[in-house]
Write a protein that binds this ligand. Structure first.
Ligand SMILES: [Zn+2]
Length: 187
């Protein structure tokens, strides 16, 4: 199996990104990526979003997704859809200035509510925030661009040891079979 490079958190003009979905795909194709998740904000998308995503044409392996506003907390959750499996990500704790202990408690409380969180971002809009790589946080640690506009594209990525299959990639992430990458100057 090859290492597949991707970004699991990105926005388009369906919410507050500046690129159309097709333009965003072209950006990541030009970067040589293997996969991309489009995860527009749930409170900004229209119902046409879910109809439009399957019509996109790309050589990338595209994940459909959404960024949820977790009720009762000022917390965004990434939901990345495979074909049968789903990945849930505690997004950018750095942006909320959470301590490691607060992040761990937030992860546990969301899991107690019944949402099966898998991962936490150790990035904020692609900038590395290694504080959150702490083993105290009971989640796998991933890096994303949270891409909204240039220069976010290609700042931070994940390389997954998996076959080119959405569910296989999600399972490999959950199992920790991946490595992170950061562009020079991106942290
Ligand atoms: Zn986002």
């Amino acid at each position: 199996m090859a290492w597949l490079r991707g970004n699991l958190h990105a926005h388009t003009t369906y919410s507050d990104g500046v690129k159309t979905a097709q333009e965003l795909l072209a950006e990541y194709e030009a970067l040589g990526y293997d996969f991309l998740a489009i995860t527009d904000h749930e409170d900004l998308i229209a119902s046409s979003y879910w109809r439009a995503l399957p019509r996109l044409r790309t050589r990338l392996l595209l994940f459909h997704g959404v960024e949820l506003n977790y009720p009762g907390l000022d917390q965004h959750i990434g939901r990345v859809l495979g074909d049968g499996d789903v990945l849930h990500v505690l997004n950018h704790p750095a942006r909320y200035r959470l301590s490691v202990a607060e992040t761990a408690e937030r992860a546990r409380s969301i899991r107690r509510d019944g949402l099966a969180l898998d991962a936490v971002e150790v990035t904020d809009t692609g900038h590395h925030r290694p504080l959150y790589a702490s083993p105290e946080i009971p989640l796998v640690k991933i890096a994303t661009d949270d891409a909204h506009r240039p220069p976010h594209f290609g700042r931070a990525w994940i390389e997954v040891d998996a076959s080119r299959d959405r569910d296989a990639i999600i399972r490999a992430i959950r199992a920790g079979d991946f490595r992170l990458g950061f562009a020079p100057g991106g942290d």
